[in-house]
Design a protein around this ligand. Structure first.
Ligand code: SAM
Length: 207
């Protein structure tokens, strides 16, 4: 049976909030937030020159697609976005984002380079992550950061929006000191950490 227009449409904020809350009840450590990110937060992440200039943007842990939609709004018409979400409970709204520039993957950020290779995509210019580095298992957090490092060329930007400073502990040895912005208009208020990968560091050995 053909799906109706209403079924194909990206759901309302209220419906997305319900989806996130239900997913959080099932996977609290992985989801970490009770409601989708605010407009103020997603604009702080996406309204940047590096996003406007990017040919390829990666969104790790897009949830119901708040960051994805904001990034798409600021990206140029020929750029691509790859969104990698681990929770099956959040895939339905994500798959309803109808934009030819986006590729949604139900997968794990630890395999980012594999997905980029499989899609025939080159290096990412910007990698955004909402993965809660302080509540996922420590080994997973370390593996994701190493994978980001390997997928990001020199001059590429890594942006993480977080409640805890765990990401700073993990990423600063690789990328140097971050720029940090506070976003109060979000529940809960979060910090947005940004790094531009420098050429002057000994890279992590490739596995
Ligand atoms: C704080 S939510 C971010 C949601 C959304 N981007 C927003 O702004 O509303 C974190 C997301 O990261 C996802 N996540 C956690 N670990 C992951 C992993 N290893 N790979 C991909 N996604 C992961 C969770 O399932 C969750 O959707």
């Amino acid at each position: 049976m053909a799906s109706t227009e209403a079924e194909r449409q990206y759901p309302s904020f209220a419906s997305r909030a319900k989806t996130v809350f239900k997913a959080w009840l099932k996977e609290p450590a992985q989801i970490s937030s009770l409601v989708p990110s605010s407009h103020a937060l997603t604009e702080e992440i996406a309204d940047r020159d590096c996003v406007r200039r990017a040919r390829l943007v990666v969104d790790l842990g897009p949830g119901t697609g708040e960051t994805t939609q904001a990034l798409l709004q600021h990206m140029n018409a020929s750029a691509r976005l790859i969104a990698i979400e681990k929770s099956e409970h959040l895939m339905e709204p994500l798959r309803k984002i109808s934009d030819p520039r986006v590729m949604v993957i139900h997968g794990d950020a630890r395999f980012l380079r594999l997905y980029l290779d499989q899609a025939g995509l080159g290096a990412a210019d910007v990698i955004v992550s909402g993965i809660p580095f302080s509540t996922v298992p420590a080994q997973v957090a370390e593996q994701v950061i190493e994978e980001i490092d390997r997928a990001l060329p020199h001059g590429g930007t890594f942006i993480a929006y977080q409640l805890s400073n765990k990401v700073e502990e993990l990423a600063t040895p690789l990328f140097g000191q971050p720029q940090v912005e506070y976003v109060w208009l979000n529940f809960p208020p979060l910090r947005v950490f940004s790094w531009v990968k420098q050429a002057s560091r000994v890279p992590v050995a490739s596995k």
